[in-house]
Ligand binder design. Structure first.
Ligand SMILES: Cc1cc2nc3c(=O)[nH]c(=O)nc-3n(C[C@H](O)[C@H](O)[C@H](O)COP(=O)(O)OP(=O)(O)OC[C@H]3O[C@@H](n4cnc5c(N)ncnc54)[C@H](O)[C@@H]3O)c2cc1C
Length: 497
């Protein structure tokens, strides 16, 4: 590679001079020779003592080199695999040229939360999994590059938003997770007045009250909330629709409603002793360890009691997050107990690798049968039964079958239940009352193209429709619904005219 000095385009006066950079354009052969640039991470022995972001992120020079590895495939599989169909090769071209603001703008064409997706999307099974380079070597680090340019934009870019002419139409959004925030963003851009109703004290949904800070710093979400406020989105927090305010009131006062309430009701574990002290749901555990007390509801402000030996029950990403959190809270051992094997685990492989690197232990093919308490009613041990795998069940994974007589007991002081989530039961009841169609314990039934529910003017998206899924899929469904809501409002206006 030729050594050269390459100016990076910036919005500010300052021009960073990057030494020893190759000049674009390089041909495909030359790109193939560029080695993967690993992103710096906090070492495991350091990061288990803090809640700071594990990934330290690229600097400008390394980001440019990594982006040069993109082969600019004419039919990019990475973009096809992205639920939002981000134009990844175009973004990579801008990054490789050092035009980070232009790259950030490419992501913003198709995504409302690139700074978040770059950090939390399971890229290994989306864009990076589809990268042609991944067949033989490390794929281009597409996620980390997306996060890099989005952070660059936040730090160096200027906020510009020209409000469109107001349509005079009002839309209520219920829930402020990725689906609610994205729908609101798309609807204000189209001139509608948007109010988000949120039951928690602060907006963000699982971005704030689920995903831990070592994966997604709070400041990143806060910046998006501030941006939406500047665009005119109104937030009404501490307002649970259906409890603090009747759903019917929204139907009367707004021209359209978007339901984005997620699926956050924890699946219970029905075994004796599950109500002992020291046993937490994943929601309680994560909120009480990561969320600043002033942003928590009053019921979750008391500190957690963390024992020496923490058992996390479950095998998904939430279980991984809880077990990694336990280490940061100072326990001696943090162990995941899962009833199948690693092959059937639903979560992200990379997350699992990070957890193992930090010292999380894994016990496969076991399930708790009861929890044993001490005289104060606090959990002190857990009885487990060993499992074997049978035929595949409806999920396609092999069914775990208990092995009779294989019970054994382990001493434990803290348990976290991370068994998955259901939709809030309220929506099934409300659905019956109002004619809002639901299925599978209260998931909302919608037209998959538009998010339209069975009630005219009421749309839905995100986990509330499909069950627990991903930030990117929640955003994608919200963006589709926003287009349909806009169309619905335009039709309503033309009928009224
Ligand atoms: C611990 C954990 C870690 C995760 N990690 C990842 C990850 O790394 N990558 C990834 O892509 N996905 C991850 N996910 C999944 C991802 O967070 C969700 O798929 C996504 O947040 C769904 O977005 P949503 O907007 O549909 O719902 P949510 O984010 O759940 O937001 C719903 C919002 O609606 C509010 N609400 C509910 N009912 C009402 C009501 N009646 N009135 C007013 N407000 C209401 C809730 O308080 C909440 O704020 C994780 C999930 C968890 C639990």
């Amino acid at each position: 590679m030729n050594a050269s000095v390459l100016p990076i385009k910036q919005d500010s006066q300052e021009v960073i001079m990057v030494q020893t950079m190759p000049r674009e354009p390089l041909d495909r052969k030359a790109r193939m020779k560029i080695p993967h640039q690993p992103v710096p991470m906090q070492p495991p022995e350091q990061r288990i003592h803090n809640f700071e972001e594990v990934c330290l992120g690229y600097d400008a020079q390394t980001a440019m080199i990594e982006a040069m590895r993109c082969l600019r495939c004419p039919q990019p599989k990475c973009s096809q695999a992205c639920p939002l169909h981000n134009d990844i090769p175009r973004a990579m071209k801008f990054i490789a040229e050092g035009d980070f603001l232009a790259a950030a703008a490419v992501y913003e064409e198709t995504s409302n939360l690139p700074q978040i997706c770059g950090r939390v999307c399971p890229q290994e099974r989306l864009c990076e999994g589809a990268c042609v380079r991944s067949k033989r070597e490390e794929p281009v680090a597409l996620g980390k590059l997306e996060a890099f340019v989005s952070d660059y934009k936040r730090e160096h870019g200027t906020f510009t938003f020209t409000p469109p002419p107001p349509t005079g139409r009002k839309v209520a959004v219920i829930g402020s997770g990725p689906a609610g925030l994205s729908a609101a963003d798309e609807l204000v851009k189209r001139g509608h007045a948007v109010t988000i109703f949120e039951r928690w004290p602060y907006p963000g949904g699982l971005l704030v009250y689920g995903i831990p800070r070592f994966k997604l710093p709070l400041r990143v979400v806060e910046a998006k909330i501030e941006e939406l406020k500047q665009k005119g989105v109104q937030f009404r927090c501490n307002t649970c629709v259906g409890k603090d305010m009747p759903f019917e009131e929204l139907l009367e006062n707004f021209d359209a409603v978007f339901i984005a309430v997620g699926a956050n009701y924890p699946v219970p574990l029905k075994v004796p002793g599950a109500d002992l002290k020291g046993i937490y749901t994943a929601n309680d555990w994560l909120v009480r360890s990561h969320v600043p007390p002033e942003l928590r509801p009053e019921t979750l402000r008391t500190p957690l009691e963390v024992g020496k030996h923490v058992a996390v029950i479950g095998g998904g990403d939430t279980a991984m997050d809880c077990a990694r959190t336990a280490l940061r809270l100072g326990c001696e051992t943090s162990t995941i107990y899962y009833r199948r094997t690693e092959v059937e685990m639903p979560g992200n492989k990379r997350e699992r690798a990070l957890a193992a690197e930090e010292g999380v232990r894994f016990e496969y093919l076991v399930a708790p049968v009861r929890f044993i308490g001490n005289d104060e009613g606090h959990v002190k041990a857990m009885e487990l039964i060993r499992m074997e795998l049978g035929e595949p069940d409806e999920s396609g994974r092999r069914r775990p079958i208990p092995i009779e007589g294989s019970e054994f007991t382990v001493p434990i002081d803290t348990v976290v239940l991370a068994l998955g989530y259901w939709p809030e039961p309220m929506w099934e009841e409300l659905g019956k009352k109002l004619g809002l169609e639901t299925h599978d314990w209260g998931l909302l039934t919608v037209d998959p193209e538009t998010g339209a529910t069975s009630l005219p003017g009421v749309f839905a998206g995100g986990d509330a429709v499909v069950g627990p899924d991903l930030v990117s899929t929640a955003m994608a469904s919200a963006r589709r619904a926003a287009v349909a809501i806009d169309q619905y409002l335009a039709e309503k206006a033309s009928v009224a005219a």
